[in-house]
Write a protein that binds this ligand. Structure first.
Ligand code: C5P
Length: 232
């Protein structure tokens, strides 16, 4: 499976997103559409970006009863996205139902990856709020193993966890990793970070990069730099 750079299009409106994507006149980047943009603009934005020739990771992190997730995933699959995701915390049964819903009549389907524990959840909050009394690393690897058991393609994780996920779940199990910054660049609110080159060395399959590209003076050059460091 080819490595790729996914741009997190965390814009508040369709117009801002199109203005950004219009800058890319050569290679069409793989883009991530998150909840904010999807809830503001609806499925139309997915269709439009797809029609412009981009691959799409629809980052909606589903988590509900298996029947609801199965039916919702069928809707996303018909939107022709390339990758979507859910919370592994919804159980193996929910993840299996999601895969069923996602699979098109011809047997094809988008990639499906799981969020393990959100990186915003600390071990302390996990213990006190969620009553999970295991080290967070162990919980993340257990959720990743559950995702694999359910037949999913991979997990979203920190690039620093990607090597361990591959050790536990095998090298073909995908790691999709945000938390990427250029050497010497602005870190912003991310804490467990690495560079595109570092993510490549650790074995990430896809890096998800937002502000280092979207807020750059020259976003196309920043994207090409990511590709040069991570893919080429
Ligand atoms: O701008 P930045 O490069 O930090 O964007 C990273 C993207 O990845 C954002 O869309 C953010 O919501 C997402 N993400 C993350 N950490 C996670 C899961 C998703 O940064 N654990």
């Amino acid at each position: 499976m080819g490595k790729d750079v996914i741009i997190a299009c965390d814009f508040a409106s369709a117009q801002a997103t199109y203005d950004f994507l219009d800058k890319f006149t050569g290679r069409k980047p793989y883009v991530k559409i998150g909840m904010e943009l999807f809830y503001a603009e609806g499925p139309a934005i997915v269709r439009e970006i797809k029609a412009r020739g981009h691959k799409i990771f629809l980052d909606l992190k589903l988590h509900d009863i298996p029947n609801t997730v199965r039916k919702s995933m069928a809707v996303l699959s018909h939107l022709d996205v390339d990758m979507c995701n859910l919370h592994a915390g919804g159980t193996i049964a929910m993840m299996e139902a999601a895969l069923e819903g996602l699979t098109r009549p011809d047997g094809t389907r988008p990639l499906l990856i799981a969020v393990t524990q959100l990186t915003s959840t600390s071990e302390e909050r996990m213990k006190e709020d969620l009553l999970i009394n295991e080290p967070i690393d162990r919980v993340v690897m257990h959720y990743a193993a559950n995702a694999k058991k359910a037949g999913l393609d991979g997990v979203v994780c920190s690039p620093l966890e990607a090597g361990k996920v591959h050790d536990v779940c095998g090298k073909n199990f995908l790691t999709v990793t945000p938390g990427v910054r250029f050497a010497g660049g602005d870190v912003g609110d991310q804490s467990r970070i690495t560079t595109p080159e570092g993510a490549k060395a650790i074995g990430s399959d896809y890096i998800v990069v937002g502000r280092p590209i979207t807020a750059a003076a020259d976003p196309v050059a920043a994207y090409e730099r990511c590709v040069a460091e991570f893919v080429d």
